[in-house]
Write a new protein. Structure first.
Length: 246
């Protein structure tokens, strides 16, 4: 089959070298999602077991993984752990049951970037993948002087080194936590609504699932503010802001 046939015209942010691994124990579903991925002009590879997914992550080196939580050999969380052990930069979009709230929270807490619930539309999967892939793409080589680090009080975000420190102490963040913090620090002392944060960090509207912002704000607070004066503040009914600790 010619993967170049019937493709969508690429957008300005598309990269034909983007690789998406699709993992589900239903071969027909894998084939359909892979077809949608290829229609976008990206590369696709399918796997129907957790072990096959881990092997593909090592050998094929995908930028993103569409990962079912329920697999015949390994569950999705174990696959995520093994994939991130060898490819920590890979973005993961979980497929979950519609009523499995705890499962979705566990997936995000373990390092997943996003999820869709079954049954899902291919359009939704593609939109969410596009947001993940944009964040996975390496920054273009600088053509001028390197950008200065973002500094707010004793908090420093060095975007070139992708390092965050507070009071000289390195703070380890997941890719999504890093993107969220960078967005907040680019708008210091400015109240940002959940909708604004979703659009900037996740690249699309979650459509009523804004609680994902609350979840990641709580992760950042635990890492940034532990034993220190708080920097991230909730403005009730309006959103969140970041400012230097007192």
């Amino acid at each position: 089959m010619d993967d170049t046939a019937d493709r969508r015209d690429p957008g300005p942010d598309d990269r034909p070298d983007w690789r998406v691994l699709v993992v589900d124990d239903e071969p027909d579903l894998v084939e359909v999602v892979c077809g949608a991925v290829r229609y976008e002009g990206w590369q696709a590879c399918g796997a129907t077991s957790g072990l096959a997914a881990v092997e593909a992550a090592v050998t094929w080196r995908p930028h993103a993984v569409v990962l079912d939580m329920m697999l015949p050999d390994l569950d999705g969380l174990e696959v995520l752990r093994r994939v991130h052990a060898v490819r920590p930069e890979v973005r993961v979009l979980f497929l979950t049951a519609r009523d499995a709230v705890e499962e979705r929270i566990a997936g995000i807490a373990a390092g997943g970037d996003d999820y869709v619930t079954k049954p899902f539309s291919l359009a939704e999967v593609v939109v969410r993948l596009r947001g993940l892939l944009r964040r996975a793409a390496p920054p273009a080589a600088p053509t001028g002087p390197p950008a200065h680090a973002l500094v707010l009080g004793d908090l420093v975000l060095d975007d070139r080194a992708r390092e965050v420190t507070r009071d000289g102490e390195t703070i380890e963040l997941s890719p999504t936590e890093y993107a969220l913090l960078a967005h907040l620090m680019r708008h210091p002392r400015q109240v940002l609504s959940k909708a604004q944060i979703l659009e900037a960090v996740w690249s699309y509207d979650f459509g009523g699932q804004a609680h994902i912002v609350e979840l990641y704000i709580s992760y950042l607070r635990k890492k940034l503010d532990a034993g220190r004066s708080p920097m991230i503040h909730t403005v009730r009914g309006a959103g969140y802001l970041i400012k230097a600790g007192q």
